[in-house]
Design a protein around this ligand. Structure first.
Ligand code: C2E
Ligand code: MG
Ligand code: MG
Length: 670
C-alpha cells in the first residue's frame, strides 16, 4: 500500500526518521556508497589547506590537529568502503548507523570549519582565499554526499552556513562578506535541491515497494493459479495434468531396471448410477471420501491422482513395484468397497483396477499409463470389481470393442439389424399367447454378433437409445396384425433412465397404431435398486398408458417378490439359470414353486424362460407358472416363421402337450 509523504514543515527538514525500515535501508544503500568519497574530499581539502598553512612553529594547529582529523576521516572512509550496501545489517543496525552518521557528519563538518577559522588569520591572503574556497567546497560536497539522509544534509548545510557567514562577514573587516553571502545563497539552493531530491527519493522507494508488493502478489496469484491448474478442486488430489507432468519427469530419471515402476489405474464401478440416482452433491461427497481413503492407504513412494470423473491413478516407484502394486490393489478394493454414509443414504461402489508394470522392458511412463488403463478396462469388462494385470491381448479386445461401437452406428444407418420373435406359450394350453422381441444383427459385414456381445457396448455408448426404439417400432409395426398376441420388448436400464423415454414410447404406439394393452416392457432387476423413485414413476406412467411391465431375469438378483410388487410389475420372468437342476423334489423346483405361489398371491403372472425340455415344461406348469418360453417351444425366429408357428400352434395336436393333464396346483411339487 502506498503511504502518503509527510507534510512539509521547517522542523520536518531536520527530523531524522528511521521508522520506515525499507526507506532507511535504501538511504543507507545510497549514501554508504558516497561516504568514502565524502571523507576523501575532506582529507584532500584538509591536505590542501595544510599545504598552504603549514607552519612548524604552529605545528599543532597547522599539522597535528588536521592530521588527526584526516586520520579519523580515512578510518571512517575505510569503514564505509567495507560495508557495501549494508545488506548484512539488521533494520535496527541500519537505523543506528544513519543516526550516527547524522551526528558525526555535523561534528566532522563543524570541526573542519572551526579548524579553518582557527588557522585562517595565520595564512597569507592567497592562503586565506584558498581556505575559503576549500571550506565552501567541503560544505557543498558534504551536503550533496549526504543528500539521501535529508536530516543530515540539512543539519550540515545549516550549521556550516551559519558558522561560515557569521565568521566571514566579520573577519578581515568584512572583506569576505560577499563569498559568505554567495555561500548563503548556495546553501539555500542546496536545501531546496536536497528537499526535492529527498522527496523524489522517498517516492521512488515507495513506488519500488509498491511494485515489489504487487510483484509478490502477482507471483502468489500465479502460484495459486498454477496450483489450481494442477489440482483437482473436488478431492484436492493432483489432477490429470499434474499426473502427466509427473510422468514426463519420470521419463528422464526412470531407473531402467525391471519392476521399478508400476501404474495402477482405478475406475469406480457403479459411480454413475449413484450420481444419477442420489444427485451430484452426493457423488461429490463420495468422491471426496474415497479420495481420502485412497490417500490414506498409499505408501510414501506412491503418487496418487484423480485423472477423471471416477478415475484415479497411482504411480509406484519401488524396487519391487509388482508386489507393491498387487498388495495396494487389494487394499484399494477393500477401501473403496466400504460404504459411505451420505445424509441418510448408505452409498456403496466398487472398483475395477488395472495394473501395468515395466516388468521386462524399460517402458515410457505414458505407455505404462495407457496399459494400466487398458488393463482396468479389461477388469471392468470381465465383471467389474476385479484387478487385471496388463496383457498384450487386452489391446486387441479393446480395439475390437471400439470397432463394434463404430459398427453399431453404421449398422443402424444401413439397416443391418432385424427383430426376431420367440414364442411365449400358455402353460396350460400350450398355445402361443405372446412373443418376446429380440434383436439380431444378421447383416453385419464382419459376421453376426449375439446381443450379449453388443447390447452392453450399445448401453455404454448410448447407442442403445436408437437401437431400442428401432426394435420397439419394428415389433409394434409387425405385430399389429396378430390379434390377441402379447408383445414383449426388452428395455435397457439406460433407456428407462432417460426422462424422454415415456414420450418416445407413446409416439411409437401412436405412429404404429399398436394397442398399448398388448405391449409389455421387460426391465431387469438391477435398475430398480439404483433408482427406485424414477423406476416407480416410469412404471406408473407406462401402466397408465395401458402397458404391462415385466421383471426380466428374476432370480439373478436379490429382490424379494413382495418388494417387487410395490413397483407395480404385472409379470415376473423367471431366469433360465433357475431352471438348472430342475426336477421333482429338487431345491430348484421348491424355489420356483414358492416364488410362483407368492407372485400369484400378489396378482403377478409368472413366465418361466429358458425352457429346453418337455420335463422342464411339465414341472414348471406344475409349479404354477402361467406362461412358458424357451427353445422347447421355439427359438427366436424371423417374423414369417413366427407367423407360421402361430398358425401351427392354433391347430396344434393336443398330444404335443402331454403335461397339460397334470394338475396346476402350485403346491403340487412342494
Ligand atoms: P432376455 O431378455 O432374458 O432374453 C432371453 C434370452 O434367452 C434370449 O437370448 C433368448 O434367445 C435366450 N433363450 C430363450 N430361450 C432359451 C432356451 O431355452 N435356452 C437358452 N439357452 N437360451 C434361451 P438373446 O436373444 O441372445 O438375448 C440375450 C439378452 O440380450 C436378452 O435377455 C436381453 O437382455 C438382451 N436383448 C436382446 N434383445 C434386446 C433388445 O432388443 N433390447 C435390449 N435392451 N436388450 C435385448
Ligand atoms: Mg427379456
Ligand atoms: Mg431374461
Amino acid at each position: 500500500m502506498r503511504s502518503t509523504l509527510p507534510r512539509f514543515t521547517i522542523s520536518s527538514l531536520y527530523r531524522l526518521e528511521t521508522d520506515d525500515a525499507e526507506l532507511a535501508r535504501a538511504q543507507f544503500r545510497t549514501f554508504s556508497k558516497q561516504m568514502p568519497l565524502l571523507y576523501c574530499i575532506l582529507v584532500f581539502n584538509a591536505g590542501a589547506i595544510m599545504w598552504d598553512f603549514y607552519n612548524p612553529e604552529k605545528l599543532f594547529e597547522t599539522f597535528l590537529f588536521p592530521l588527526a582529523m584526516c586520520a579519523v576521516a580515512l578510518v571512517r572512509s575505510f569503514w564505509w568502503f567495507r560495508q557495501g550496501d549494508g545488506s548484512h545489517f539488521s533494520d535496527k543496525e541500519i537505523a543506528h548507523y544513519i543516526t550516527r552518521t547524522c551526528g558525526l557528519a555535523v561534528i566532522m563538518t563543524f570541526s573542519f570549519e572551526l579548524w579553518c577559522m582557527w588557522i585562517y588569520k595565520s595564512g597569507s591572503i592567497y592562503a586565506r582565499g584558498h581556505l575559503t574556497f576549500f571550506l565552501a567546497l567541503t560544505t557543498v560536497s558534504t551536503v550533496f554526499c549526504l543528500m539521501a539522509i535529508r536530516a543530515a544534509a540539512m543539519r550540515v548545510a545549516v550549521t556550516s552556513t551559519i558558522g561560515f557567514i557569521s565568521y566571514f562577514s566579520w573577519v578581515d573587516d568584512g572583506m569576505m562578506l560577499v563569498p559568505a553571502v554567495v555561500l548563503a545563497f548556495v546553501s539555500f539552493g542546496m536545501i531546496v535541491v536536497t528537499y526535492r531530491y529527498n522527496q523524489d527519493f522517498s517516492e521512488l522507494v515507495q513506488s519500488q515497494r509498491d511494485l515489489k508488493t504487487r510483484q509478490i502478489e502477482t507471483e502468489k496469484l500465479s502460484e495459486e493459479n498454477r496450483q489450481i491448474a494442477l489440482t483437482d478442486a473436488l478431492s484436492g488430489l493432483p489432477n490429470r495434468r499434474q499426473f502427466l507432468t509427473y510422468l514426463d519427469g519420470l521419463e528422464n530419471q526412470t531407473d531402467p531396471t525391471a519392476n521399478s515402476l508400476a501404474i495402477i489405474f482405478i475406475d469406480l464401478d457403479g459411480f454413475k448410477k449413484t450420481n444419477d440416482s442420489h444427485g451430484h452433491q452426493a457423488g461429490d461427497i463420495l468422491i471426496r471420501e474415497l479420495s481420502e481413503r485412497l490417500q490414506n492407504i498409499c505408501p510414501p513412494y506412491a503418487k496418487l491422482a484423480r485423472v477423471g470423473g471416477d478415475e484415479f491413478a497411482i504411480v509406484i516407484e519401488s524396487v519391487d513395484a509388482a508386489d507393491q502394486s498387487f498388495a495396494l490393489a487389494a487394499k484399494i478394493h477393500e477401501a473403496i468397497g466400504l460404504p459411505v454414509l451420505v445424509d441418510r443414504y448408505v452409498l456403496q461402489v466398487g472398483a475395477s483396477v488395472g495394473i501395468a508394470i515395466n516388468a521386462e522392458e524399460p517402458l515410457r511412463p505414458q505407455e505404462l499409463l495407457r496399459r494400466a488403463d487398458t488393463a482396468m478396462y479389461h477388469a471392468k469388462m470381465s465383471g467389474k470389481g476385479g484387478t487385471a494385470l496388463y496383457d498384450a491381448a487386452f489391446d486387441k479386445g479393446r480395439i475390437q470393442r471400439l470397432t463394434i461401437e463404430d459398427e453399431i452406428g453404421q449398422g443402424l444407418d444401413r439397416g443391418e439389424f432385424d427383430v426376431f420373435y420367440q414364442p411365449v406359450v400358455d402353460a396350460n394350453s400350450g398355445t402361443i399367447v405372446g412373443a418376446e422381441a429380440l434383436i439380431r444383427w444378421p447383416r453385419r459385414p464382419a459376421g453376426e454378433l449375439q446381443p450379449s456381445e453388443f447390447i452392453e457396448i450399445a448401453e455404454a455408448t448410448g447407442q442403445i437409445h436408437p437401437l431400442g426404439l428401432f426394435v420397439l417400432e419394428d415389433a409394434c409395426e409387425s405385430f399389429k396384425c396378430f390379434d390377441n398376441i402379447q408383445l414383449s420388448v426388452n428395455v435397457s436400464p439406460v433407456q428407462f433412465r432417460d426422462p424422454a423415454f415415456e414420450q418416445q414410447v407413446e409416439t411409437i404406439i401412436a405412429r404404429t397404431g399398436f394397442p398399448a394393452e398388448r405391449l409389455q416392457l421387460e426391465i431387469t432387476e438391477g435398475y430398480l435398486l439404483t433408482d427406485p423413485e424414477r423406476a416407480i414413476s416410469a412404471i406408473q406412467n407406462f401402466k397408465s398408458m395401458g402397458m404391462s411391465i415385466a421383471l426380466d431375469d428374476f432370480g439373478t438378483g436379490f429382490t424379494s417378490i413382495h418388494y417387487l410388487q410395490s413397483y407395480g410389475f404385472s409379470h415376473i420372468k423367471i431366469d433360465k439359470s433357475l431352471l438348472d437342476g430342475l426336477g421333482p423334489d429338487t431345491r430348484a423346483s421348491l424355489l420356483i414353486t414358492g416364488a410362483t405361489y407368492l407372485a400369484s398371491g400378489l396378482d403377478m403372472e409368472v413366465i418361466a424362460e429358458g425352457v429346453e425340455t418337455e420335463d422342464q415344461a411339465a414341472l414348471l406348469r406344475l409349479a404354477g407358472c402361467h406362461k412358458l418360453q424357451g427353445f422347447w417351444f421355439g427359438k427366436p425366429m424371423a417374423l414369417d416363421d413366427f407367423r407360421t408357428a402361430l398358425i401351427d400352434s392354433d391347430t396344434m395336436n393336443e398330444s404335443a402337450f402331454a403335461f397339460q393333464t397334470v394338475p396346476t396346483n402350485a403346491n403340487a411339487l412342494a
